[in-house]
Design a protein around this ligand. Structure first.
Ligand code: GLU
Length: 292
């Protein structure tokens, strides 16, 4: 059952990115968020929401090298992708328009420290909810579900996770993916970013790259003649929103903001405009955890 659902999402993403070539060139503001004009008045004094609404700006950590999720090429003003659209939905509830968001590039390994040190207010960066992470930061959601797969050079002997034992497989330090690859018996190689890891596959320096299917399909679409995604998903990744544990009130706010977008159709529109750009079937939005 779980596998089937993940496979549907993977297929939708493949169709999409294959058809449009690169999700990195998406429209900068594909969904219309109603930016609350009197946002600060709605929030209680002393809350993190009130402070952000009064400041009129928010620092959001996103990936810059993951087409379809969080992507910003040199010279591009704003990042694009599904994670980015989820972040804009939340900012709009604070009365902050997209052009007032300070986008901060986040890699997998610095997401917890960036939240703990207030380098960013929120992380929307293919950030799986895990028990370990919830010990040190807040994570609301999930707003998206995906699962770990394998990216290989076309024609590779690796067809599924059963084939990676003893093989050189790269992923990214600080990710759930690197740990899973180790657990599957591969010779795990950790890099700082997924684009560095992808380059190792293209160069033939490693046998495969492994992480969320939603990330891999974006890379496969950029090099469709050389790269492909293989095998069923072998993990479930519940992608959530990171915030500081010093501001627990943010959990309910984040959850309510995304729930509103799920209910009024903006969540689906954001999917269609990014990961689902070719009009592939949009998944049902996931149920989110309670904050209590
Ligand atoms: N979703 C996984 C994680 O949060 C892998 C993707 C990533 O590293 O951003 O660890």
């Amino acid at each position: 059952m779980k596998r089937t659902k993940l496979a549907v999402i993977a297929a939708a993403v493949a169709l999409t990115l294959g058809a449009c070539g690169s999700a990195g060139t998406d429209d900068e503001n594909p969904i219309d968020n109603d930016v609350a004009s009197d946002a600060a008045a709605q929030f209680e004094d002393g809350t993190a929401m009130k402070a952000l609404a009064e400041a009129g700006t928010v620092k959001i950590g996103v990936k810059f090298d993951q087409p379809g999720l969080g992507f910003k090429a040199a010279g591009q003003d704003q990042p694009t992708g599904f994670d980015v659209e989820m972040a804009k939905i939340v900012a709009a509830e604070l009365g902050i328009a997209a052009d007032k968001i300070e986008w901060v590039e986040t890699i997998s390994d610095n997401r917890e420290p960036f939240l703990q040190q207030d380098t960013v207010d929120f992380v929307f960066a293919s950030y799986s909810i895990t028990d370990d992470r919830r010990k040190v930061v807040g994570q609301a959601g999930p707003y998206f579900l995906t699962g770990q797969q394998l990216l290989v050079k076309k024609g590779s002997d690796i067809k599924s996770v059963a084939d990676i034992k003893g093989k050189e497989v790269c992923s990214v330090t600080g990710s759930t993916s690197l740990k899973n690859v180790e657990a599957e018996g591969a010779k795990a190689r950790g890099f700082e970013t997924y684009s560095q890891c992808r380059d190792q596959v293209l160069d033939g320096a490693v046998d495969s790259m492994s992480t969320d299917g939603s990330i891999l399909l974006g890379y496969a679409a950029l090099n469709p003649d050389e790269l492909e995604v293989v095998g069923d998903a072998f993990s479930e990744e519940r992608i959530g929103m990171g915030y500081s544990q010093d501001k627990p009130e943010l959990c309910q706010f984040l959850t309510d903001s995304i729930k509103k977008a799920q209910d009024d159709g903006r969540w689906a529109k954001a999917f269609e405009a990014t990961l689902g750009k070719s009009g592939a079937e949009t998944p049902e939005p996931p149920a989110m955890d309670s904050c209590a």
